[in-house]
Ligand binder design. Structure first.
Ligand code: FE
Ligand code: FE
Length: 193
C-alpha cells in the first residue's frame, strides 16, 4: 500500500510550493484520465505525484546526483536543464520514494520529451502534466484539454506540436525522442486511416 501522506510530506519538502501544487494537480488529472481511459489508477496517481520530484535542484546538483546514482544522460539531455529532471526523477522516485513499478518509472522518465510507442500510462502522465488545472494559460491549452478528454493520440500529437514549437521558439535543442514520438503518431494514423 502506498502511504501518500508520507510521500506528500517528503515531496513537499523537496519542491517549491508552486511545484508541489502542480504535482498534486497532475496526480489528480492523471487519476481522472486513468478512470476515463481504463488505466491503472494507482500507477497514474503515483506517476503524477512524483513526476517532478527532481525538478527543483539546480543544474550542478542534478548533475552530481546523476553521477552518484549512475544515471547516464544522453548528449541533448545533458545540456538541457529542463530535460534532466525526467531521467533523474525516475531514479529518485525509485530510490527516495520507493516507487519500483517499471511502468510508473518509465512514464516519469519520458514525461517531458515523450517517445515513440508510448504506453497508455505514459500518455496519461504526459498530458496530465500539460493540462492540469493549475497550468498557466498558453496558446493551444484549451484545444489540448478538449482533445485530451476525447482522443489521447490526437491530444498527444497536439501536445508534441506545442512542445516542439516551444523548443524552436526558445532556440533549445530538440530531443530526438520528441521528433520520433510525433512522427510515429502521424505514421500510425496514416496506417489506420
Ligand atoms: Fe516535469
Ligand atoms: Fe510537471
Amino acid at each position: 500500500m502506498v502511504d501518500y501522506e508520507q510521500l506528500c510530506e517528503k515531496l513537499k519538502a523537496m519542491l517549491t510550493e508552486k511545484r508541489y501544487q502542480h504535482s498534486l494537480g497532475v496526480m489528480d488529472t492523471a487519476l481522472q484520465l486513468a478512470l476515463r481511459y481504463g488505466c491503472d489508477t494507482g500507477k497514474a496517481k503515483l506517476a503524477g505525484l512524483l513526476h517532478d520530484c527532481a525538478k527543483n535542484y539546480d543544474v550542478p546538483e542534478m548533475l552530481t546526483l546523476c553521477e552518484q546514482y549512475g544515471v547516464v544522460l544522453d548528449k541533448v539531455t545533458a545540456i538541457t536543464p529542463g530535460l534532466i529532471h525526467q531521467v533523474l526523477g525516475a531514479e529518485m522516485a525509485r530510490r527516495e520514494f520507493g516507487a519500483h513499478d517499471e511502468e510508473v518509472l518509465s512514464a516519469i522518465r519520458c514525461h517531458t520529451t515523450g517517445k515513440p510507442d508510448m504506453s497508455l500510462l505514459e500518455k496519461i502522465l504526459y498530458l496530465a502534466d500539460f493540462t492540469e488545472p493549475g497550468r498557466e494559460w498558453f496558446e493551444g491549452l484549451d484545444a489540448l484539454r478538449e482533445l485530451t478528454a476525447s482522443n489521447l493520440d490526437d491530444a498527444m500529437r497536439l501536445a508534441l506540436d506545442l512542445a516542439i514549437k516551444d523548443v524552436l521558439f526558445k532556440g533549445q535543442p530538440m530531443h530526438i525522442d520528441t521528433a520520433n514520438a510525433r512522427n510515429q503518431l502521424i505514421i500510425s494514423k496514416m496506417k489506420n486511416a
